[in-house]
Design a protein around this ligand. Structure first.
Ligand SMILES: Cc1cc2nc3c(=O)[nH]c(=O)nc-3n(C[C@H](O)[C@H](O)[C@H](O)COP(=O)(O)OP(=O)(O)OC[C@H]3O[C@@H](n4cnc5c(N)ncnc54)[C@H](O)[C@@H]3O)c2cc1C
Length: 510
């Protein structure tokens, strides 16, 4: 058994901290804890860092190595905390490249674009409504104005009170958009959070509208990683942490957390244990639930019950195809799709990442990734692949001629569910156990945030909640309330965003 040393034992008098999980939330927590001077150990179950945004090495039939990912990831500009985390290893964010357009493709050549919209609400909404071909004046007169205004008046308490128990489907039905406009403008958006509309809370959907569109001063544009996420982001961040003295143990699952006097004993089976003053649990939903279940000393009955109620949403599929023929020269690097069976988006990896670009240039081919989210169960992989290919062929007919040289298909179910009525029961960053905090993209936060950004922001907050010394810097967020919220401080908050892009400074808008 290996025992990690801790303050007092190693004679250095430093606080010791353990982070369970090496995804984005865990890496953010580890960075904050180490920067605050703690002696930190990160335990990650998988052999690589990055969690759901991670990547690992596989080989093409030729023997050539490549990095396989859990799928394409979009790095939105208002991901202030994630960007602050990445800047620690890459100060200029040189790994990120902008994506010029982000079209939505539908049946029969339908196309919607978010490029060139004004960045701010309500001008972006007005411009989108004016130019969208699926929405005429008569359609607009039928739209439910109170429900539409809910998008502009997000409030972290009132919105959840009014819409938190409603499903996103019921809310979108009540909006009364014409079916084609609804499909092009809303269906893709709802699916982007991996939850089916009828199983997702309308309150969460409105929070996402607010975070990505209404309150996002950067506009609905994003960057992509020029390099595989492993070599481009997580390995450099791992080196940054190592330079701060953080011990990163991969391939090691934590079994349980026990009380050890005023400290905590974090146990990984018979192999290893560590004593810590502070613990950040940054595992995914099933990891957290298992860990809490096996750790009776953690929390109190009410908190344990709330953790037990966390759930996963339906499965998603990621299918990467290596083709022997190029895609058309004008095809966008990334496109959302709707009304094309189960297909949710198409990304052209050869237009995004250097590794795939080198393959495509050398072989005269293409590397294409197809995603399908919130899949109905049980999933028939063969039927799903046929459906995804049909969506690809309908969108990019030139790919019908291409031979699939190699493919990699992932079917997973590990993204959090956001069902109606769950928001008020969702555990936050703090726990009833002193020195123990929770982080991840499923954790309740006091400001709007989602996906990778929610993971990063919760990691920073959890570090401060677990160890007071790490609580010295705040975080930056988009404005907390919508433009039309009675309590809005939108204008003031937006104008306070002077250093939003580079600092994880004080919580400006909360
Ligand atoms: C296909 C796909 C596409 C996506 N696209 C986007 C996108 O475009 N934009 C965006 O913002 N987000 C996107 N996301 C979501 C994003 O990946 C997640 O929100 C984010 O990575 C979650 O990070 P996390 O740290 O909260 O959790 P995770 O990444 O799940 O990290 C938790 C870690 O804990 C580890 N763990 C679990 N149990 C234990 C244990 N007992 N001991 C030790 N370790 C343990 C796990 O192995 C894992 O590495 C996408 C997700 C998927 C699946």
């Amino acid at each position: 058994m290996t025992r990690a040393s801790a303050s007092g034992e190693n004679g250095e008098g430093r606080d010791s901290a353990v982070v369970v999980g090496g995804g984005i939330a865990g890496l953010a927590a580890a960075a904050r804890l180490a920067e605050a001077g703690a002696s930190v150990t990160v335990f990650e179950r998988e052999p690589f860092l990055g969690g759901r945004a991670g990547a690992w090495t596989e080989r093409l039939p030729s023997g050539e190595p490549y990095e396989m990912e859990r799928g394409f990831h979009a790095f939105f500009r208002q991901y202030y905390n994630l960007r602050a985390l990445l800047r620690r290893a890459d100060p200029g964010l040189s790994v990120l490249a902008p994506v010029a357009d982000y079209p939505i493709l539908g049946p029969g050549g339908a196309r919607e674009s978010f490029a060139g919209l004004p960045a701010r609400a309500p001008w972006n909404v007005a411009a989108l409504v004016r130019r969208t071909p699926t929405l005429g004046l008569r359609d607009i007169s039928r739209v439910s104005i109170p429900n539409a205004l809910a998008m502009l008046s997000f409030d972290p308490e009132r919105t959840y009170e009014a819409y938190g128990h409603l499903s996103a489907k019921d809310y979108l039905d009540a909006l009364r958009f014409p079916p084609a406009a609804r499909r092009m403008l809303f269906d893709v958006f709802a699916h982007s959070f991996f939850n089916p509309e009828d199983e997702m809370s309308a309150g969460e959907l409105l929070m996402m509208f607010h975070f990505y569109f209404m309150a996002n001063p950067e506009g609905l544009v994003f960057d992509v990683s020029r390099r595989p996420l492993s070599t481009g982001m997580w390995e450099p961040l791992g080196r940054y942490l190592a330079a701060l003295g953080v011990r990163v143990v991969t391939g090691m699952a934590i079994d349980r957390i026990e009380r050890a006097g005023r400290r905590w004993r974090v146990v990984a089976g018979d192999a290893e244990e560590a004593l810590a003053d502070a613990v950040v649990i940054a595992a995914n939903v099933s990891g957290v639930k298992g860990l809490v279940d096996r750790s009776p000393a953690l929390g109190d009955e009410a908190w344990r019950q709330r953790v037990a109620e966390l759930s996963l949403t339906r499965p998603f599929a990621v299918w990467r195809l290596w083709l022997d023929t190029p895609t058309g020269p004008d095809r966008p690097a990334f496109a959302g799709t709707t009304g094309l069976g189960e297909l949710d988006n198409i990304s052209l990896y050869h237009a995004i990442e250097d590794e795939s670009r080198a393959y495509a240039e050398r072989e005269g081919g293409a590397v294409v990734e197809l995603h399908a989210y919130a899949l109905p169960e049980p999933v028939d992989a063969g039927a799903l692949k046929a459906d995804l290919l049909a969506g690809l062929y309908a969108s990019y007919p030139e790919t019908k001629r291409a031979r699939i040289v190699y493919d990699r298909f992932l079917l997973r179910a590990d993204c959090p569910a956001f069902p109606p009525g769950a928001a008020e029961r969702r555990p936050g960053v703090t726990t009833p156990s002193p020195g123990v905090a929770l982080a991840g993209d499923f954790v309740s936060l006091p400001f709007p945030s989602a996906l990778m950004e929610r993971a990063a922001a919760s990691g920073f907050l959890a570090a401060g909640a677990a160890l007071p010394a790490a609580d010295r810097a705040g975080i930056t967020t988009v404005p907390r309330r919508g433009l039309l919220s009675p309590l809005s401080r939108f204008r003031r908050a937006a104008s306070l965003h002077g250093n939003k892009g580079h600092a994880d400074g004080p919580v400006r808008n909360v």
